[in-house]
Ligand binder design. Structure first.
Ligand SMILES: N[C@@H](CCC(=O)N[C@@H](CS)C(=O)NCC(=O)O)C(=O)O
Length: 229
């Protein structure tokens, strides 16, 4: 039986763009687990009824419901140990750091470049909620958040130096093969890729090269993802 994943969808139900849902998609693919995705929109409310909270990803595995991408990765690792997402308990602990850094630094950093583009990709019925909730969070209009992005791009790219330093020594954040650390980072980068045409990364950036390899993993899962036109 497939695991069911409630997955954030855009106006086009095939455009799936959540940085957290993508972490789960990669983790499920890594484990070779069949998945059935259910498109979910910000104003659906449907996941609250059975998961007790209002965010995706949420998975349903038989009778078990798990919300939150990190909790899902931990659940999958415990329930379906091979192939491993973390390698060992130390690897799991280190992946926690990557997860926290991606949530606290990378997601917020990327948002400032694409949040207005994102508005155009989401379902019209989600747009008023998305605009008001995100403008309250940023304390300014979505247009102002994204304004001047070309001038801010070099500083953002510089801030990703630690990723390049790792890739200088090894092909994947997991070392010789992708691990959940790769899923966290690639999942996060699927978000701008799916909703915006803004070139966040330079073509000759080693992170771009790693991401292009990551997109081809798992039968080209990431590369086949539909993008907002
Ligand atoms: N810590 C959660 C974050 C999940 C999250 O923020 N999901 C967003 C979609 S990218 C969401 O469902 N937001 C609902 C809302 O803003 O109302 C995780 O890692 O899964």
């Amino acid at each position: 039986m497939s695991i069911v994943l409630y997955d954030l969808a855009g106006a086009d139900p095939e455009v799936r763009f959540s940085p957290y849902c993508w972490r789960t998609r990669f983790a499920l693919a890594h484990k070779g687990l069949p998945v059935e995705t259910v498109p979910w929109r910000f104003t659906d409310g449907s996941v609250i009824a059975f998961s007790g909270q209002g965010k995706v990803p949420v998975i349903r595995d038989g009778e078990t419901v798990v919300a939150d991408s990190w909790a899902i990765a931990a659940y999958l690792e415990d329930q379906y140990p091979a192939p491993t997402l973390f390698g060992c308990s130390t690897g799991r602990a280190h992946a926690q750091f990557v997860n926290a850094w991606a949530d606290a630094v990378l997601v917020g950093g990327i948002a400032r470049f694409i949040v207005r583009d994102l508005l155009d990709a989401i379902h019209p019925r989600d747009q008023p909620y998305f605009r008001s909730s995100r403008e309250a969070r940023f304390g300014m209009s979505l247009e102002d958040v994204q304004a001047g992005r070309d001038d801010r791009l070099a500083a953002f790219r510089d801030s990703l130096l630690p990723l390049r330093l790792v890739l200088r020594r090894q092909p994947w954040f997991g070392g010789p093969a992708p691990s959940y650390a790769d899923h966290i980072l690639a999942g996060t980068l699927m978000w701008p890729r799916c909703v915006s045409r803004f070139a966040l990364l330079a073509d000759d950036d080693p992170i771009t090269e790693w991401l292009s390899r990551m997109l081809l993993e798992y039968g080209g899962l990431g590369s086949q993802a539909k993008r907002h036109a």
